[in-house]
Structures are given as structure tokens and as C-alpha cells.
Design a binder for this molecule. Structure first.
Ligand code: FDA
Length: 446
């Protein structure tokens, strides 16, 4: 029997699916409403809090100012700020002396984990949400039954609103699947640990974005006996535009502007400023990689090789080895390269945000291109039959809310906006109870 079927189980105001930074910020924003906090639960499939653990490369730094943490832009006085974290850990003065806005990624992970611990009462880990079922009162869907699984078995919870914060899905080119020798960079550090001291002779790294450059540098440094071949279709790594005028595209105000712009202007902004985030690399890392390659030329070594204007056109795995065929896009020349490990740094894609929702997805409105229609408050627009709320956080809202959607820049503000929208809907529901066609409390359904 499911939990919700047992008497006395709560009906949540909101269930968050996934507990990455987006829904963590939401949990904090909900808690900071004090007595007016919505009743919230978060379900996360990982066994504990973890943010891109496979890419916590020791010297990698954040791509965003620490001031764009989980709370500061919404509530600079919050006890959940990065500065509070530093203060509690006795590092505030050392961080100030460091004179940087960009902490180590490892340190930011520690911060997120610290914040997640402080709200652990509203999170259940090891819970993968499998499906969602509509609950109807008088023909109207006014709640959802959420089924999740984990080592503890199956549980069912009921909520009036859901916030999907499930992140992005690692992308591999068509026909490529992961194996012991074919990795996606998402799992880099886990896979390297599994090598257990063995030294691969040759790594091939596919891609030219920030992750690809980081992986190339990391492997080159960690395995001083190995060759590292970077393959990409660009002529060279391109720097990320982090200049101040362009950076405004991530401002909270830019979301309003983007949301109300005509479709062609939205696309224009995405095209102009895609180079703030996509397929670009931090300038210092580009310089460092170039220096290494040049140093090797001086020393007569060629351990860091770049195949530019090129692509991988074939990958054949046998029991003994993997062979990668690289084609030069300018000459058409093909090079066959035996490789011990191929690391695809080919990015992430938004999952269809409503794939979890089953039949409920049919009630979500879509635009002419089949994309989910989302309100300014991140609430999915639905047919009138569906009155319980579905909210989206993350990459699935880039076409409506702009480039900050899949990033941390606007997380604090967005979380606050969603919490306020849920609170406003709750007030409207309570007012409804006094009317003749009141929606009864969903607890009465079980
Ligand atoms: P995120 O992917 O972090 O979390 C989603 C969570 O949902 C995961 O914990 C997952 O396990 C869980 N989940 C998924 N499906 C589930 C289900 N069915 N049931 C239960 N749980 C489920 N951005 C930035 O602004 N500055 C930066 O410096 C960086 N750095 C960076 C480094 C690396 C290596 C990557 C890959 C990405 C970044 N990013 C970034 C972008 C990054 O997407 C962003 O920082 C956040 O991870 C987005 O947070 P979310 O919570 O939306 O997704």
C-alpha cells in the first residue's frame, strides 16, 4: 500500500523533483517565508547531495560570481549565503585576501552541500520519481500523486504543485554508447578512479567547450606518460564572453525583457550571446593549454595533440582496443587512432520536462514548435482541467526565459518567484473553499 493511501499522510503544497541547486534554492526560499512557508518536500535520486561530482576537478573554478549564490540576489541577509558558509568555516578573511569572485568548484560544492544539510528535513534522498498521476475532484485535477522508488521501496506522496528541477541530460552523438573505454565527461573522476592506477597510453577528448578544455588539461596533467588528443570542429578553442555588458544577459531584469520579446528577438539574443556559455572556454585555460603545447614543441615532445577543424567519424570497439577515425573537415583526410579511452565532452540537453508526467503531459499547452508553454512565473500553461501547478526550473525554459535558465546566475531570484506564485495560488484555492463549487481538501480523496 502506498504512503498516501495511509490515513494522516500530508498533502504537500509543493513537491520538488530533483535536488540540485535550483530546487535547493527553492527549499531555502520556501523556508525563509517563515510561518507562511508552503509545506514542501523534495525528492532526489542520488543517495546524498551531489553537484556534478564527476567534474569536481581540483583546480577548476566557478564560472559565476559567488554573489550569485543560492540566496544573495533575493535576500542579501540570508543565513544561506556563500559568505555565511565561509564565515562558519573560518575562511572568510582568507577568501577576502584571495581577491576573487570565482571560488573553486570544489569549494562551491562544499557550500551547496552545507546549505543542503541545513534544509535536510524537507529532502528525501535515494528517491527517483518514476511517475505522476492526476487526482481529480469534481472533474478537475487539483493534486498529483507522485510515485518514487529507491532502496527503501516505493513511496507515494500527494501534492498540489510540482516543481521539476531535474537538470540536463548528458548528450552523446548518435550511435555512441558509454563503455569502460567510452566516457561522457560527466563521469570523468569516477572513471579515472576506476582505472585504479593503470595508465592509458592515449586519450581522445571530443569537443571544444569548457568541459572539453578542462578534461584535456586534467588528463594531460594527471597522466604524464599518456598522449592526449583533442578533436574539435572549431579552428581553435574560443573564449567565453564574460565582459560586463554581455553579462547583463544573465540579470534578473533580462528575464523580464526576454520573456516579453517577440520570438525572432528571443532567437537573436540567444544567437548573439550563446558565446557567454555554449562551446566556449575560460580565457586563462585557453592560454594554459596553448603554453603546454608550445612547451612540448620546444622540448621536442608531442603529448598534447589537437585535431582542429575535424570530427570523429567512426569509433570501433573490440575486446582489446578502441579505434577512432578522425576526419579533417578541410582536407577530408582520415586518421585512424587507437585509443585507450575516448571522452565525449559533447554537452547536455534538456530532457522533455514533462516526460515524467505521463498522460498529464497531454494537458500541457505547447507552442507551434511543440515546446512547452511556460508562464513568466515558470508555471506550465495547461488546459482548464488541470488546476494543480507544474513549475519548471532549468534548461527547459531557455526558449521562454533566456540564457540564465540552465545556469546558476538567476537561481536565487527564480526560486523566490516560484515560491511566491505557489503561495498566491494557495491563497486563491483557500478563497475558493467558500464558494459553492469548492474543491475539497485532497486528503478527503484517500
Ligand atoms: P542539476 O542537474 O544540478 O540537478 C538536477 C538534480 O535532479 C540532480 O541531482 C538529479 O540527480 C536529480 N534528478 C533528475 N531526475 C530525477 C528524478 N526523476 N527523480 C529524482 N531526482 C532526479 N552554471 C553556472 O552558472 N556556473 C558555473 O560555474 C557552472 N559550472 C558547471 C560545471 C559543470 C561541470 C556543469 C556540468 C555545469 C555547470 N553549470 C554552471 C551549469 C549547471 O547546470 C548548473 O550549475 C546547475 O547544476 C543547475 O542546477 P539544477 O538544480 O537545475 O540541475
Amino acid at each position: 500500500m502506498g504512503l498516501a493511501a495511509q490515513a494522516g499522510n500530508p498533502v504537500y503544497d509543493v513537491i520538488g523533483v530533483g535536488f540540485g541547486p535550483s530546487n535547493l534554492a527553492l527549499a531555502i526560499a520556501a523556508g525563509e517565508r517563515g510561518a507562511a512557508s508552503p509545506r514542501a518536500l523534495f525528492l532526489e535520486r542520488q543517495a546524498g547531495f551531489g553537484w556534478h561530482r564527476g567534474m569536481l576537478i581540483e583546480d577548476a573554478t566557478m564560472q559565476v560570481s559567488f554573489l550569485k549564490d543560492l540566496v544573495t540576489l533575493r535576500n542579501p541577509a540570508s543565513e544561506f549565503s556563500f559568505l555565511s558558509f565561509l564565515h562558519q568555516n573560518g575562511r572568510l578573511i582568507d577568501f577576502i585576501n584571495h581577491k576573487t569572485l570565482f571560488p573553486l568548484r570544489i569549494e562551491f560544492h562544499d557550500y551547496l552541500e552545507w546549505a543542503a544539510d541545513k534544509v535536510s528535513d524537507v529532502v528525501r534522498y535515494d528517491r527517483e520519481v518514476q511517475s505522476v498521476r492526476p487526482l481529480r475532484t469534481d472533474g478537475v485535477i487539483d493534486a498529483f500523486e507522485v510515485t518514487s522508488t529507491g532502496q527503501g521501496g516505493t513511496s507515494i506522496d500527494v501534492t498540489r504543485n510540482m516543481v521539476l528541477g531535474v537538470g540536463l541530460t548528458p548528450h552523446l552523438p548518435a550511435g555512441i554508447s558509454r563503455s569502460d573505454r567510452v566516457w561522457h565527461n560527466q563521469e570523468l573522476l569516477t572513471r579515472v578512479r576506476e582505472l585504479d592506477g593503470r595508465t592509458p597510453g592515449r586519450f581522445v577528448v571530443v569537443g571544444a567547450g569548457q568541459s572539453a578544455a578542462e578534461v584535456t588539461a586534467y588528463l594531460h596533467e594527471t597522466f604524464p606518460q599518456s598522449e592526449v588528443c583533442a578533436v574539435f570542429s572549431r579552428y581553435g578553442y574560443s573564449p567565453a564572453d564574460d565582459s560586463p555588458f554581455a553579462n547583463r544577459v544573465f540579470d534578473p531584469g533580462a528575464v523580464d525583457e526576454f520573456y516579453s520579446s517577440p520570438e525572432d528577438v528571443k532567437q537573436m539574443v540567444l544567437d548573439y550571446h550563446g558565446n557567454t556559455n555554449y562551446s566556449v572556454v575560460d580565457g586563462e585555460l585557453i592560454e594554459a593549454l596553448y603554453s603546454r603545447q608550445y612547451r612540448e614543441r620546444v622540448l621536442g615532445i608531442q603529448r598534447l595533440r589537437t585535431f582542429n577543424v575535424s570530427r570523429v567519424v567512426d569509433l570501433v570497439e573490440s575486446d582489446q582496443e578502441t579505434t577512432v577515425t578522425i576526419e579533417s573537415l578541410s582536407t577530408g583526410q582520415k586518421t585512424e587512432l587507437p585509443a585507450d579511452v575516448v571522452v565525449y565532452c559533447t554537452g547536455y540537453r534538456p530532457a522533455d520536462p514533462v516526460s515524467l508526467l505521463g498522460d498529464i503531459g497531454e494537458l500541457c499547452r505547447r507552442d507551434q514548435e511543440g515546446r512547452i508553454k511556460v508562464g513568466r512565473d515558470y508555471r506550465v500553461q495547461t488546459t482548464g482541467e488541470l488546476q494543480a501547478g507544474i513549475y519548471l526550473q532549468g534548461g527547459g525554459t531557455e526558449h521562454t526565459h533566456g540564457l540564465a535558465s540552465s545556469l546558476l546566475s538567476n537561481t536565487a531570484i527564480r526560486a523566490g518567484e516560484i515560491v511566491e506564485s505557489i503561495a498566491a495560488a494557495k491563497v486563491a484555492q483557500v478563497a475558493d473553499i467558500d464558494r459553492p463549487h469548492a474543491v475539497p481538501d485532497v486528503v478527503g480523496l484517500h
